[in-house]
Design a protein around this ligand. Structure first.
Ligand code: PGA
Length: 264
């Protein structure tokens, strides 16, 4: 894992966008794995700016989102369909037919739908870069603690902490969804490159456990230690509980001189 220490959320967002933009510019067919939540908002804002001011072209980009709540209409303001439209898709030129977000309709069985979502990713050629946030308990996507480390796309019951964390986004009279469809940890590990973003002191414990703790289903982000190309972008607050900060700083400085391509 390459840990990049950022001054603040602003520089983290700019660098995350820079990494995604580099792939978008350098390949004729690009598959992006996208995340929602508060963390990547700044990255989307910067990607939109690059599109509007520097003509970053997304016409050859295919996207797959990590997850969606079960039971929210796509036009509900808190659905991830609405989030993605608001923060990204309404402002860039990704073709509608290239956008994939799990369908959170209530079904009697999710097996065929989830297998179809996985098949779409494979048929598109597999994900080039998967962007991830991290939950306070160390989840990625909605792979809550105790998720199988080799799981595939499936419905998941959300942890009590996740439901509590999400409460703030919903109206007081509304129920917060209890379930979501999420790519699995095995699905995420299939991506060729992973970008994990974390900002804020409330993420410090999860980041330390994911990067420096043992691989464990109790902190599902720790499974990323098995992946060969992970970049972790953390701001100072989210890095506060990391024990090897001086090593990460040294690796960054030397890599910048000897292998800058690995950074971006
Ligand atoms: P957040 O969510 O970016 O809103 O903190 C992260 C996550 O739960 O994956």
């Amino acid at each position: 894992m390459l840990v990049i220490l950022e001054d603040d959320d602003r520089s983290l967002s700019r660098d995350a966008a820079r990494i995604v933009a580099k792939t978008v510019r350098s390949q004729s067919h690009v598959i992006l794995g996208l995340a929602t939540g508060s963390t990547p908002i700044g990255m989307y804002r910067e990607l939109v700016r690059l599109h509007q001011e520097e003509k970053l072209d997304f016409s050859h980009v295919v996207t797959f989102n990590l997850d969606e709540y079960i039971g929210l209409r796509p036009n509900h303001p808190q659905s991830y369909h609405a989030y993605m439209a608001r923060h990204f898709f309404d402002h860039v030129n990704v073709s509608r037919e290239n956008i994939h977000i799990p369908d959170g309709s209530i079904r009697t069985s999710y097996t065929d739908y989830c297998a179809w979502y996985e098949a779409c990713i494979r048929q598109a050629g597999g994900i080039d870069i998967q962007v991830l946030g991290i939950g306070k308990e160390g989840h990625i996507g909605f792979n809550e603690s105790s998720s199988s480390l080799s799981s595939r796309t499936r419905p998941k019951v959300l942890a009590i902490q996740t439901v509590k964390d999400n409460r703030r986004f919903f109206e007081p009279h509304e129920d917060v969804p209890d379930c979501a469809i999420t790519m699995g940890l095995g699905t995420i590990l299939d991506a060729r490159r992973i970008l994990l973003l974390a900002s804020g002191a409330h993420k410090a414990k999860a980041v330390a456990a994911a990067v420096e703790g043992p691989v464990a289903a109790s902190v599902t982000a720790s499974v990323l230690q098995f992946h060969s190309h992970v970049t972790v972008l953390v701001d100072q607050d989210a890095a506060a509980e990391l024990r090897r900060i001086s090593d990460y700083r040294r690796v960054m400085e030397i890599t910048r001189k000897t292998n800058p391509d690995r950074l971006w």
